[in-house]
Design a protein around this ligand. Sequence first.
Ligand code: ZN
Length: 435
Amino acid sequence: MTLENAIEETDVVHLARSLIRIDSSNYGPGKAEGEATAADFVRSNLEEVGLKCDVFEAVPGRSNLVARFPGKDPSLPALLLHGHLDVVPADPDEWSVDPFGAELRDGLIWGRGAVDMKGTDAMILASVKDMIRSGHQPARDVVLAFFADEESGCSLGSGWMVKEHPALFSGVGNAISEVGGFSVDIAGKRAYLLQTGEKGVLWVRLTAEGTPGHGSQIHSNNAVVKLAKAVGRIGDAQWPVQLGNTTQELMRRVKLLADLGQDTDARIIAAATGFGSRFIAPSLQNVANVTIFNGGYKENVVPGRATAMIDIRYLPGQRDSVLERIEELVGSEIRVDIESDLDALENDFDGDLVRAIADTLRHHDPEAELLPYLFPGGTDNKLLSQLGIRGFGFAPLRLPADLDFPSLFHGVDERIPVDSLVFGQRVLTDLLRNY
Ligand SMILES: [Zn+2]
């Protein structure tokens, strides 16, 4: 058997590559493909080891799969392991490989979803299959969920499941999913970022009304001009660094690791986390970006209306104050409508799951430092929190120090090292055994 073949035989690698080869691109509101095929693949893998699966569709083709692996002690809170089956689209012209080919090259698996998040889906599947095959029954129930539609607001995935089928998640205390658990290099030391919280998301639509008319006339009430001034003020606004529970603890630990002085500025501390700073820098402050601007339809017509979308990511507890500041910045003449509103999450960097994660990780990587971090984006954990579930991001990956991992999320040439995936599956399997 060649080395290539040996790698391909590894269950987690085989599962990740098979999932990547199923194109499950989510193109945005209501338009997606392949999620049902991906759910079928997951189902056949779980049923192969005797686990019964149920599939639910908010609309035909948008499949969500749930299974429950009963633990020894039904009185313990269950653990939810969840992943999403959709990916963001990929333009093959931009890629150096086929985005849905799952090619093995230079010790990495290349393809859309390798990082976000079919690699992690594969890790979850391989770990559970491993545990069942070895005849090990976990202490607590392990609930598995694979959702549709995470890449377009979750409304046909976790959002719909939480509303329509909450009983499936009964008894769940903690959840584990994506965008955490990967290693970063801090002053030559390896640290793993455990996602213990997520910033809140507000998508707001700005609307300016003006006086429409012929482009040859004198216009003092032009909707496009009013809106442009308003979004310009949002673009220029400065948001101060504000540390909360998670980021304070993170800063404290990074200062120790990087041997930085007590009074070091938080932005400098964030920079000391190397590639990790792509996620950490925006977690220290509120962020508001203008993402869409629409006004006008003809060269010689002043339109009566112009609209823009603002993507706001706010710190835990600051929803109302950030919204107030946005309203102040745009002024009273611009209407502000909320289109999407998902609250921030923040868990303590403590508790039995966090301790089990730290212990398991240290067993596999004795140098490992576990750090809490606040994810600046959003995941299915936000929707699941409506059921009182405490969501963590922990897809353990020991990464090469020179890999800019955060930039691979939704990136061109998305890829994941095979070694990291194999490491992650071992850690996750052990965590399931120990927790
Ligand atoms: Zn994702």
